[in-house]
Design a protein around this ligand. Sequence first.
Ligand code: GAR
Length: 200
Amino acid sequence: MTKLGVMCSGRGTDLQSIIDAIQRGELNAEISIVLTDKPNVMALERADKAGIKNICVDRKKFSNRADFEKELLKNLEGVDLVVLAGFMRILSPEFVRHYEGRLMNIHPSLLPAFPGAHAHRDVLAYGVKVSGCTVHFVDEGTDSGPIILQAAVEVHDDDTEETLSARILEKEHIIYPQAIKLFVEGKLKIVGRHVIIKGR
Ligand code: GAR
């Protein structure tokens, strides 16, 4: 059974979509651990409720990133795929290399448009008519790794960051479990910056 390590920073609705897909029998994987970089966040409660081991590796308690990441790595030992689900920290090139091809992220825009920590704000400020979300393998850049799946939504004239993010989240909750399922079934092949999906 493929073992997942899910890393979150807050609310954890993307985490919940993965838990739900496993519980519905749609995703043949187990979440070995949920890690957060902040204490008292909803992601920890969601993991608790689902009976999943969860640990807060509080970034504030570490004087440097190397020590923080050493603790993350220790807790992720034995995991086959690391899933970033609203994890709002940039990981070092060393961490990324350690999990090359086994580290996924979801970003709330149609990459390569609007990378970074304020995608919804940037989308609304720019005035694009379509946005969405992207699941990608993580490389050493920011939101720049090979793309696995994307889904689009319309941007409305009266959208706020909240309404746009809610519409995009609905799609996130569909495509993140799908992308993980493709990985689990061995259907993803990374060729340069392309991800070939077997059988498509
Ligand atoms: C999601 O919209 C996810 O795409 C985004 O954070 C949100 C987490 O929501 N991730 C990033 O912006 C990563 N750069 P959640 O805590 O409810 O899952």
